[in-house]
Design a protein around this ligand. Structure first.
Ligand code: SF4
Length: 258
């Protein structure tokens, strides 16, 4: 389901200054709505498209402008939820931000209509692209949906030369197998042909979202899963790096990933 508005978008929350949602300091708009149902999601309150509140472009841009008075280089990141659920509205906001000379990032699972996705690429400086699983059946098991369109959109973004930060939430005994590391490394190697991979982040699954699941009255299927050890994260990252054939990654771990 797509939502289009000429005047704004449905927003879950806003973070004025973040250092974990793109390059440098970011003003982050968390868009409401997500078609995936990741079993590790730590923001399940963003799922319903009609939650949150509607915020006009002008309000969002005014807030951004106010923050940029203190930090002129502050960039804009649209995260979620899944921003591609409101692709046309996000495109408008990104376009208006670019008109102001603002650096822009889109934090996405990549699940969205191909034409809509393509149409907003010219207004995105960097894509933060989460690959939950490369194996198709595993992806369906983890998120409820196929990754066919996600991988297609990744190829499209790469072919457009779009800068990419590839991200993976590592869930022990779910998507941390050597096969998945090899698949992810191979995928990154394919994208790297276009010279557009800027970062690969492997982030540990964490349990900070479990209370939100409880508040929604939904049982989190991974509530029993413990975060991976640092050594497991490093090991997975090493396998991905080796398979990708890229010598240097900026692989800082971060707590927050959509
Ligand atoms: S982790 Fe992100 S993509 Fe997955 S359900 Fe949650 S908001 Fe959607």
């Amino acid at each position: 389901m797509q939502v289009t508005s000429r005047h704004g978008l449905q927003v879950n929350s806003i973070e004025s200054m973040s250092v974990v949602d793109g390059p440098g300091m970011r003003f982050v708009v968390f868009a409401q709505g997500c078609p995936l149902r990741c079993k590790f999601c730590h923001n399940p309150e963003t799922w319903g498209l009609h939650g949150g509140s509607f915020v006009g472009y002008d309000d969002l841009l005014n807030k951004l402008d106010q923050c940029r008075r203190f930090i002129p280089q502050l960039g804009l990141t649209i995260s979620g939820g899944e921003p591609l659920m409101q692709a046309r509205s996000c495109r408008e906001l990104l376009m208006k931000a670019k008109e102001r000379g603002v650096h822009t990032a889109l934090d996405t699972s990549g699940f969205g209509d191909e034409d809509e996705f393509k149409s907003l690429l010219p207004f995105v400086d960097v894509l933060l692209y989460d690959i939950k699983a490369v194996d198709s059946e595993l992806h369906i098991d983890m998120t409820g949906l196929s990754n066919t369109q996600i991988l297609k959109n990744l190829e499209t973004a790469s072919a457009h030369g779009k800068k990419l930060w590839i991200r993976r939430i590592l869930v022990p005994n779910v998507n941390d197998s050597p096969e998945e590391a090899a698949n992810l490394g191979s995928l990154i190697r394919d994208c790297a042909r276009y010279g557009n991979i800027e970062r690969v982040d492997v982030n540990p699954y964490h349990r900070m979202g479990l209370e939100k699941w409880e508040r929604l009255g939904v049982v989190c299927p991974y509530s029993h899963v413990k975060p991976p050890t640092q050594a497991a994260v490093e090991s997975f990252r090493g396998m991905v790096t080796a398979e990708a054939g890229l010598r240097r990654f900026d692989t800082a771990q971060r707590a927050r990933v959509s």
